[in-house]
Design a protein around this ligand. Structure first.
Ligand code: CP
Ligand code: NVA
Length: 304
C-alpha cells in the first residue's frame, strides 16, 4: 500500500514524538552513521526569495542521500510571469509528475498551502513570511547538542521582531513545553493565533523588555530587524528596534552557560554586536551546519 503524503508546512504538521525522532536521526546522520537512500529521487526547490543556507543545504543533502535537487527560481519558471504565467495549482500538478518532493520559499503561507493542496508529492516550507520550520529543526538540534535531549526544562529568550522565526519558536515552545520569553517592540508582535495556542500549552510570555526576557535563559535568539520583502521599511525598523540589540551586557543577564543563536544572515552592529555573534557563547555556525543534518532526516522521513 502507498504511504499517505506528508507535508511539512509548519512544525505543527508533525507530532512532538516525530520531531524528537527526527532530531535523533539528524544526530545519527551528523555522526556519519549509515543513512537511508533517496537514490533515483528528485527534489524540486522553488524560490521566490533569495537564499544561501536553505538552497545549499537542501541541494547538498539530496546529493549526499544519492538523490538529485533542481533549483527553480520562480522568475525562471512560468510562476514568475504574473498574470501571464502559470498558477501554483498547475505548477504543483505538473511538477508532481516529475519530482518526488517539493520545497518552496515564498511570501504568503497560503501559497505554500496552495502548492501542497494540488501536489501529489510531499511539500516542504523553506520559509514564508509567517514561518520557517526547517530553521527550527536546526535550532532545536543545536540546543539539544548543547543541553541534551530533554528540552522541556529549558528557558529560551527571543529578542527583536515577532517574525517568521519568532512564530516558529513559539510553535516549538508549545510542542516541547519549554519556557519562551519574547521581548518585541510594540507594533511588531508575533502572530496572535500562533501565540495564543502556544500560551495554552506552555509558558510563553511576550514583553517589551529584553532584560526581562533573557533573565535565566539557556538560549538567547534574535534575527534581522527587516526580513526579506521588508527592506523598504529598514530605517523605521532600525529606530523601533534600537533597544533590542543583543549585546554582551544583555547576555550577562542570561545563564552563565547560555548560548546565542541567529538563523543568519546577520547584521553585526544592528540586531547583534560583533562581540556576541563572534564570541564564545555563539553557536551560529553549528546552527547553520545543522540545517544540512536536520533536513536530510526530514527528506528521508518524507520521501524515502
Ligand atoms: N537561515 C536561512 O534560511 O538562510 P538562507 O536565507 O540563506 O536560506
Ligand atoms: N526573518 C528572516 C529570516 C531569514 C532566514 C527573513 O524572513 O528574511
Amino acid at each position: 500500500m502507498q504511504k499517505p503524503i506528508r507535508h511539512f508546512l509548519s512544525l505543527r504538521d508533525v507530532s512532538r514524538q516525530e520531531l524528537e525522532a527526527l532530531l535523533e536521526a539528524a544526530l545519527e546522520l551528523k555522526r556519519g552513521e549509515p543513512a537511508g537512500s533517496l537514490a533515483g529521487k528528485t527534489l524540486g526547490m522553488i524560490f521566490r526569495k533569495p537564499s544561501t543556507r536553505t538552497r545549499v543545504s537542501f541541494e547538498t543533502g539530496m546529493f549526499q542521500l544519492a538523490g538529485h535537487a533542481i533549483f527553480l527560481p520562480a522568475d525562471g519558471t512560468h510562476l514568475g510571469r504574473g498574470e501571464h504565467g502559470e498558477s501554483l495549482a498547475d505548477t504543483a500538478r505538473v511538477l508532481s509528475r516529475y519530482v518526488d518532493g517539493l520545497m518552496i520559499r515564498t511570501f504568503a503561507q497560503s501559497e505554500v498551502e496552495e502548492l501542497a493542496r494540488h501536489a501529489s508529492v510531499p511539500v516542504i516550507n523553506g520559509l514564508t513570511d509567517l514561518l520557517h520550520p526547517c530553521q527550527l529543526l536546526a535550532d532545536l538540534l543545536t540546543v539539544r547538542e548543547e543541553f541534551g535531549p530533554d528540552l522541556s526544562g529549558l528557558s529560551i529568550a527571543w529578542i527583536g521582531d515577532g517574525n517568521n522565526m519568532a512564530n516558529s519558536w513559539i510553535n516549538a515552545a508549545g510542542m516541547f513545553g519549554f519556557e519562551l520569553n519574547l521581548a518585541v517592540p510594540k507594533g511588531y508582535d508575533p502572530d496572535p493565533e500562533i501565540l495564543a495556542r502556544a500560551q495554552s500549552e506552555s509558558r510563553v510570555r511576550l514583553s517589551r523588555d529584553p532584560s526581562e526576557a533573557v533573565a535565566g535563559a539557556h538560549v538567547v535568539c534574535t534575527d534581522t530587524w527587516a526580513s526579506m520583502g521588508q527592506e523598504k521599511d529598514s530605517a523605521d525598523r532600525a529606530r523601533a528596534f534600537g533597544a533590542y540589540q543583543v549585546t554582551e551586557s544583555l547576555m550577562e543577564g542570561a545563564r552563565a552557560q547560555a548560548i546565542f543563536l541567529h538563523c543568519l544572515p546577520a547584521h553585526r552592529g544592528a540586531e547583534v554586536t560583533t562581540e556576541v555573534i563572534d564570541g564564545a557563547s555563539s553557536r551560529v555556525f553549528d546552527e547553520a551546519e545543522n540545517r544540512l543534518h536536520a533536513q536530510k532526516a526530514l527528506l528521508l522521513q518524507l520521501m524515502a
